[in-house]
Design a protein around this ligand. Structure first.
Ligand code: ZN
Ligand code: ZN
Ligand code: ZN
Length: 594
């Protein structure tokens, strides 16, 4: 096995402003029910990165002919990135003062000494649909000049040149970080930079980290233009370290559709900021976007793409041969629908109880079961990975309400990552990114560790914090994530799958804790049991709690807050929330409990 997933993830609570380490959890919707793998209890071999280069990443110089003050590269290096760093400082102060808000409500107080560079309001200030001033001063400030449009054109042109010079499926060096959907939520992007590092600002141990931004930067969120400007500037300054892969929203037609349906599409965002010149700016971005890579390969073992594998019948070499630029109308037809599925398709969660529906290739509920867009089962992922010699597919494109911003699926061969927290300002989800590095001790193994920024809780986040830690599922001795065992409570009216399974298992096995040997017999109503399906191993809740504290306590700075949950967490059935709500239709697929 060449890729392993860390037993732990890191999580930032903006209430405490601290990073804590947590175990994965099925209940927190971070591990799909179809997934039974051994998690790795090893650290990153961080010193390996020091061998390669002992200084933090410096901006990479570009070729000749790129020296002008107004060139896109010079603007990125001299204006946009320094201002981004200032913005991170502003954000860092907010964190210190325990100020948290949605990106939607974010009007940062910009550093006064830099405001001198602000353009005059003559640059067509626009109003949004509610008549409120749009947060355009932030974009103006990031670009740092009154000739905003010319500056944007310069950045787009320079970024396009870089994209044209690089492959459709670039090779990304390790260590690497993968960001999922951002949808214009600039504050969340900068929070990740603030807590977990950003290009050019890594610690010595984590110098030279590559960054993959896996599409869907635009549409819906308030700061789409700012997000894209920051990402393009990063691409310009670190062309071999920052990678941008195309999402289904980096598509003009999808932007317009978002606007038509009442959302803030990227076309509308451009028009709101630039007035009559909005369409011109919109087109300029697309001259660049049409050259975006469609996937990225990390260390030759993990493949990052926005949507999924579609029917999985294609090869990476086929994708590498796709001709760019790919304009909107060609996204559907390119490679006979393969490209469309790379940016649009979704995985199915395997359910052995209904194999016909959850294995193999199906039409997608997202496209109301029209033929091009597919949904793919675990077997498709397995076959594709085996044929392409891959150990992991990383995709984005979907979030889960009250989920963690990442999810392990398809027996660990597929991970989902979604970075916008409190998506659209109204959903309750954490944001996540994935960190990939070489594992300590087994230098040929890639280790994946999720890094999370917790959602902003509507209610007090302290409710229940620290008291319900026993609810996080333990690992069995083979490091499989266990799940809470539902003992058979006879209920003649419910012939549900869960109780049938439990009854069957109970008939065959004696339920007894593998640690203290207590059995699930009599009085112990308060004792619950956890079960490992792979090992048929049980653990009682007191023993599970003990083992959790023994492992996690020395590394935690405070009582775990991972169990502070908003009200939505109590919902009993999981419904996958498609990031493209407009495509969802009525027939959203309910994930079945095994
Ligand atoms: Zn998407
Ligand atoms: Zn026990
Ligand atoms: Zn096990």
């Amino acid at each position: 096995m060449l890729v392993r997933i860390s037993k732990y993830y890191d999580s930032v609570s903006l209430v405490t402003g601290e990073i804590q380490m947590h175990r994965h959890s099925r209940k927190r919707k971070a591990v799909a029910d179809d997934c039974h793998i051994s998690y790795a209890d090893v650290c990153f071999a961080v010193h390996a990165t020091l061998d390669q280069e002992t200084v933090p990443a410096e901006p990479e110089s570009r070729g000749p002919g790129d020296t002008g003050e107004s060139s896109g590269h010079a603007l990125a290096l001299g204006v946009v990135l320094p201002r981004m760093m200032q913005l991170i400082d502003v954000l860092s102060n907010e964190v210190d003062q325990h100020v948290d808000c949605l990106d939607l409500d974010w009007d940062p107080i910009l550093p006064p000494d830099s405001k001198q560079g602000l353009p005059q309001p003559s640059d067509s200030p626009q109003q949004n649909v509610d008549g409120q001033p749009q947060g355009d001063s932030l974009l103006s400030w990031l670009l740092g000049g009154s000739d905003q449009i010319e500056r944007l054109f310069a950045i787009c042109t320079a970024a396009q040149e870089v994209l044209e010079s690089q492959p459709v499926v670039p090779e990304v060096s390790v260590p690497a970080k993968v960001f999922g959907d951002l949808h214009g939520q600039l504050r969340d992007l900068l929070l990740f930079f603030c807590f977990y590092g950003c290009p050019g600002q890594e610690s010595r141990e984590w110098a030279n980290v590559s960054y993959v931004f896996n599409g869907d930067w635009v549409d819906r969120g308030r700061h789409q233009l700012e997000v894209v400007v920051v990402l393009l500037a990063l691409k310009l300054v670190f062309p071999a370290r920052v990678w941008l892969t195309r999402g289904n929203h980096e598509d003009m037609e999808q932007n317009r559709k978002t606007s038509r349906e009442g959302g803030l599409g990227f076309d509308k965002a451009c028009a709101m900021h630039f007035g009559p010149r909005g369409p011109e700016v919109f087109q300029a971005f697309y001259k660049c976007f049409d050259w975006l890579p469609l996937a990225a390969s990390i260390g030759g073992r993990a493949l990052v793409l926005h949507g999924g594998l579609g029917d999985g019948s294609w090869t990476l070499d086929m994708l590498r041969s796709v001709q760019r630029p790919i304009v909107s109308a060609e996204l559907v037809t390119a490679l006979d629908g393969v490209v469309y599925n790379v940016i649009w398709s979704d995985p199915l969660q395997a359910d052995p109880a209904s194999p016909v529906d959850t294995f193999g290739v199906h039409t997608s509920a997202r496209a109301k079961h029209k033929t091009t867009m597919k949904a793919f089962g675990r077997d498709v992922t397995q076959t594709f990975c085996a044929r392409e010699n891959l150990a992991l597919i990383i995709r984005s494109h979907q979030f889960k309400r009250s989920g963690k911003g990442y999810e392990v699926m398809h027996d660990g061969l597929l991970m989902r990552v979604f970075s916008a927290r409190n998506y659209m300002g109204r959903h309750q989800n954490d944001g996540g990114v994935l960190l990939l590095g070489w594992a300590e001790g087994t230098p040929d193994t890639l280790l994946v560790r999720p890094q999370v920024i917790e959602r902003r809780f509507k209610r007090g986040p302290s409710a229940g914090a620290g008291q319900r830690d026993d609810l996080a599922e333990p690992y069995c001795p083979q490091e499989h994530l266990m799940r809470e065992f539902q003992p058979c409570r006879p209920n003649p009216s419910l012939g549900c799958l869960t109780s049938l399974r439990s009854r069957k298992e109970k008939e065959e096995e004696v339920i007894g804790c593998g640690e203290c040997k207590i059995s699930d017999s009599s009085d112990a109503e308060a004792i619950r049991f956890f079960y490992c399906r792979v090992c048929s191993y049980y653990l009682c809740s007191p023993c599970a709690l003990k083992s959790a504290h023994a492992v996690a306590a020395p590394m935690q700075r405070a009582a775990g807050s991972e169990d502070a949950e908003p009200s939505e967490s109590s919902e009993s059935s999981e419904t996958p929330e498609l990031c493209d709500l407009s495509e969802q239709g009525d027939d959203s697929v309910a994930m079945l409990q095994l």
